[in-house]
Design a protein. Sequence first.
Length: 401
Amino acid sequence: MIIPSQFSLFRDIEKIVRAETAMWGPPEFEAYTFLIHFAADDHSGDGMEHLTSTQIIEPGALGEPGVYGSALGTVAHEFFHVWNVKRLRPLELGPWDFTRPVSTRSLWIAEGVTNYYGHVMLRRAGIWDDTQFLRRESETITGIENAPGSRLMSAENSSLSAPFLDDAPHAQRTNLANTAISYYPKGELIGMVLDLIIRGRTDGKSSLDEVMRRMYDEFYLKSPNATYYLRGRGYIPEDLQRVASQVSGYDFTYFFSHYVRDVEPLPFDEAFAYLGLRLVREQAREPYDAGITLDWEDKASLRIKSVRNYSPAEDAGLQEGDEILKLGGKNIKRENWLVALSRYKQDDRVPLFVKRDRRTIQTTLKLGAPERFEFQIQEKMDATPQQKALREAWLKGRMTN
């Protein structure tokens, strides 16, 4: 096993910087500082963008599995904020008016689209290959499509709900796990689908890259200053809709109405078909969770963090905070919870013991149809040379001729 070093970190950060400046063009500053702290405490983690620097905190040590890749992912995300957020910004994010709540419908653009490009740039920089990139986007699709809140909360409403969702402490019990989504992954998927539709409908002559550059040009470089201390002016989601329509020659009114402001599932089939790809939905290896999400921060016990609405767990009367003791008469551990549950099948009635406060309660889980599914982006066997060329241009950040 090769242990990553600070020298390989420097090298890969340079690749990311070059990939992102290749898209946007040279930045307007002479120097940029990455302040990266490897806390090695298993809980600290943050990334915060500034005009000419970023502060990044990783919870592990540089040489630990997964930490190096996580750091590069955060670097790609935060450096993209040089353009998208710190300069090209939502209307409400400067100039500031602290006499009113600072809320915006555009965080799915500011953060979600940045999430998308953070992953794209790892591919364009050569740090990820095609398989790694498509696997990561497949995981994001799986998370959003399996989230109950994805059918209740739109990307814009998720943006408006940021003070209640974005790393906020929840001292009181809430039902947010069943009713909310994050604008980070939802915006990421909207950005990806928007990019692919633009590429497909223009035969690869344009892309979301061009949309973002035109937005930057219009709202930051060429707009009159909105205030004495901040260059340019802010945008609203309708501005992105307008510019995307202008760049593609395709009216995106329906797209924004149904997929951004409403909760309809994104048109993955159309988007991926342009590139000779398809989205496959498969039953997970462990197809049951009974509607239970575990509290993984509780290392000492198998404690329930949330219960999904209309699930076997809700029907069995389980609650947040219950500690699972036995399943089917056997002691259960967090490491084998899903495996043990998935040994049962539809219509089985499974005895369950939980501890609630000082009482031990026995109940029964009645399993229904399989609940857990995974999504995979796969290549179509009959993909045409044109579709393959369009795919390669997308993954490498190019336009087709």
